[in-house]
Design a protein around this ligand. Structure first.
Ligand code: 5AD
Ligand code: SF4
Length: 446
């Protein structure tokens, strides 16, 4: 690497969609001749790719941007850009600019593909600016280069945006209307990633199950897309996220059941176990229909495991509502739960609801929920002791020298004593130990 090479640092917050969008920003920067650095003092360009899903995320990001004030003073040539969901929120670019006049470029979720031009403009004119669009041409986004940075996994977008308007959620406001990518473009990208040695393909959408709803004749259904991805040659795993329960069809369940590559794992966010709260959340399913889905999937798909997202303390949530959530968590038996305290988001329908829950109650409920889930996750882990499972080895173990970490088909993390050269391989592993969220085991001959 030349001594004068320009360096970039991207700080990514939030979900997998953002992780992948940062890979696209990195693609642009690398085409422009920049190389990555983890050291902010060495960076010529720093990009904050932000999240707006909860207030805690926002506060953290705002604090972290503030830390760059002194660095910008020391190095005025450093270009600081802020993008992602927080930038797209109404009033936020102005608020950020007022609070942190040192930010060079603020751009929105629909301006991702223009980042290279923005950077050139800033370098040439030395002027600071804000660029927020309300719509975009997805062909431009499809044409963006990518620098994949997620190990053996390749993220592949199948839809952008969301039409669901769950009453608590900011996403439809900051990411816009749902748009599907053409099946041919997705399959081309899958083939390219598999050809480049990626062992896991994760299809990404806010709600993958509604793929093609914007033009059924043109795009087909998610089940058809999954089948086409499954037919791509090569040894690799297929995952997808996120699945809205209201749109998970029998066809999707059947494609998973009859495929060899699609993992036997579903992330199926329930959000609440109370029908009253589900209606207020605008989720469009009931605890009964959700449990029917779980039953159907269990019957059709061997050894499937589930995970979920749950929000506690949604406005008006009573102790009885919360007990229904605990009950459904026990009935389903999730191998992993992502638990959140409700956070009021400006402009959403739930923001205007009476009956906001005091933070002490929200904290107490989330604690109880996590305790219940710990017991369940431990039981699920323990049932695998002594079994032989196929594992994809993904990375070196962060703590144990001579060990690697991988994942099972049903998305459980597993530590395996193995040489680094095996990263990216599928091996058969006998499970010897089980903890709350992880297993460990040893490689056995097939
Ligand atoms: N407050 C708390 N959690 C939220 N989520 C989305 N919006 C909010 C909010 N306002 C959670 C949901 C979603 C996950 C990605 O984030 O559980 O599935
Ligand atoms: Fe938010 Fe609901 Fe869309 Fe998920 S489906 S992004 S929770 S509005």
């Amino acid at each position: 690497m030349s001594k004068n090479a320009k360096r970039y640092l991207i700080l990514t917050y939030g979900c997998q969609m953002n992780v992948h969008e940062s890979e696209k920003l990195a693609g642009i920067l690398e085409e422009m001749g920049y190389t990555p650095t983890d050291d902010r003092n060495q960076a010529d360009v720093v990009v904050f790719n932000t999240c707006a899903i909860r207030e805690t995320a926002e506060q953290k990001i705002i604090g972290n941007i503030g830390e760059f004030k002194s660095l910008k003073r020391k190095n005025p040539n450093l270009v600081l850009a802020v993008c992602g969901c927080m930038s797209q929120q109404s009033g936020y670019p102005e608020m950020l600019k007022k609070r942190y006049s040192f930010i060079d470029i603020i751009f929105g979720t629909h301006n991702l593909a223009e980042f290279g031009n923005f950077l050139k403009r800033r370098l040439e004119t030395k002027k600071k600016f804000i660029e927020i669009s309300e719509t975009e041409d997805i062909c431009l986004r499809d044409a963006m280069p990518k620098k994949r940075t997620s190990g053996v996994n390749a993220w592949i977008n199948i839809t952008y945006g969301c039409n669901n308007f769950c009453s608590y959620c900011i996403v439809p406001y900051v990411r816009g209307k749902e748009v599907s990518r053409p099946k041919e473009a997705i399959i081309r990208e899958v083939k390219e990633a598999v050809g480049n040695g990626y062992k896991q393909i994760t299809l990404l959408g806010q709600n993958v199950n509604s793929y093609g709803n914007d033009d059924r004749a043109k795009f087909g259904t998610f089940a058809e897309l999954l089948k086409a991805v499954d037919e791509v040659d090569g040894k690799f795993r297929i995952r997808f996220m996120t699945s809205h329960p209201k749109d998970l069809t029998d066809d999707v369940i059947n494609v998973i059941a009859s495929s060899k590559k699609i993992c036997h794992y579903l992330h199926l966010p329930i959000q609440s176990g109370s029908n009253r709260i589900l209606a207020l959340m605008n989720r469009k399913y009931t605890r009964e229909s959700y449990l029917d889905l779980i039953c159907k999937a269990r019957k059709a798909i061997n050894d499937i495991e589930f995970s979920s997202d749950i929000i506690v303390g949604f406005p008006t949530e009573t102790e009885e509502d919360f007990l229904e959530t605990l009950d459904i968590v026990k009935q389903v038996g999730y191998q992993q739960l992502f638990t959140y305290v409700y956070s009021k988001r400006k402009g959403t329908v739930a923001e205007k609801l009476d009956g906001q829950i005091p933070s002490s109650i929200k904290k107490e409920r989330i604690k109880r929920l996590i305790e219940v889930e710990h017991q369940i996750a431990t039981q699920i882990s323990e049932k695998y002791i002594g079994k032989v499972l196929e594992v994809l080895l993904e990375d070196v173990h962060p703590k144990k020298e001579g060990w690697l970490v991988g994942s099972t088909d049903f998305n459980k993390t597993i530590s395996v004593k193995a040489d680094k050269s095996l990263i990216g391989s599928f091996v058969m592993v006998k499970v010897t130990n089980a903890k709350l969220t992880t297993l460990s085991g040893e490689i056995v001959e097939e």
